[in-house]
Design a protein around this ligand. Structure first.
Ligand SMILES: NC(=O)c1ccc[n+]([C@@H]2O[C@H](COP(=O)([O-])OP(=O)(O)OC[C@H]3O[C@@H](n4cnc5c(N)ncnc54)[C@H](O)[C@@H]3O)[C@@H](O)[C@H]2O)c1
Length: 257
């Protein structure tokens, strides 16, 4: 029996990166997954590769109506929803004075509102499953330790962190069998990370990689599978008394001197 046997997950941002690795791991652990992504062809290709326990739906997390449709599609396809994983996110640099206003708004719309809409659409359906249900949201080590040149990202991820605690308390107070937690990755080798590494051109790749690694006391960046493993722990019944918590997957970055 896998750790996710009997669970049905909806993953936003499930086409690639951390969401893609998580989808593979949930299916390998015996669960079913619906991949919601703004890249529906890529999500569909991964679902096809994963087989009968995976499917895909077009989802732009900025739109509550699309979230409601994705939740309904998951229930129609797999019979219930037990597990919401809000993974979709963007990251663009910019300080408070210079950040492009559209970029600021994109971060709030996708990272913060997108997570809020996901919780709002899913909670009644998670409650209706009549069994232990979970929400895992993705923050960042930059939710704990701000960066001067990542104003919008830091603000949006700090918002996700506290939103999650509010959801956890509300579900507990209303006697819903839903736990909500946040994972906080350090730098993780995904397409998002590769865009940063490649931004300075070929001559800068080694230097940027070294800088990224040295930001972590463990001296390296993480893998999508290391984050997926933590999300699985928070999504399965092994963490049955854990709600409203922050789990750092960051090579000790959050506690560094
Ligand atoms: N990679 C890192 O170093 C790192 C570190 C800390 C936190 N995170 C967070 O982890 C999450 C996943 O990051 P990643 O590195 O896998 O990113 P990624 O860019 O590699 O993948 C993100 C996925 O989200 C999807 N997506 C983007 N906007 C969307 C939208 N509006 N609606 C639906 N789907 C959308 C993309 O199509 C893609 O499939 C993000 O929330 C990110 O902020 C990543």
């Amino acid at each position: 029996m896998g750790r996710m046997a009997g669970k049905v997950a909806l993953i936003s941002g499930g086409a690639e990166g951390i969401g893609g690795a998580l989808a593979r791991m949930i299916v390998a652990e015996g669960g079913s997954v619906m991949l919601g992504d703004i890249q529906p062809d890529k999500a569909k290709a991964l679902a096809t590769e994963l087989g009968a326990n995976a499917d895909a739906v077009a989802l732009d997390v900025r739109d509550l109506v699309q979230w409601e449709a994705a939740v309904a599609s998951t229930v129609k396809r797999f019979g219930k929803l037990t597990t919401l994983c809000n993974i979709a996110g963007i990251s663009e640099p910019g300080n408070t004075v210079d950040v492009d206003l559209d970029s600021w708004q994109r971060h709030i719309d996708i990272n913060l509102n997108g997570t809020f809409f996901g919780c709002r659409a899913a909670i009644p359906v998670l409650a209706a499953a009549g069994e232990p249900a979970t929400i895992v949201n993705v923050g960042s080590m930059l939710a704990h330790r701000a960066s001067g040149n990542m104003a919008a990202y830091c603000a949006s991820k700090a918002g996700v962190t506290h939103l999650t605690k509010s959801v956890a308390l509300d579900c507990a107070a209303r006697g819903l069998n839903i736990r909500a937690n946040t994972v906080h990755p350090g730098a993780i080798r995904t397409p998002m990370y590769e865009r940063y590494v490649n931004a300075g051109g070929p001559d800068m790749i080694d230097q940027i990689e070294a800088t990224m690694a040295s930001a972590h006391p463990m001296g390296r960046v993480g893998t999508p599978e290391e984050v997926a493993n933590a999300i699985i722990f928070l999504s399965c019944d092994d963490s049955s008394f854990t709600s409203g918590t922050d789990l750092n997957i960051d090579g000790a970055s959050a506690i560094r001197d």
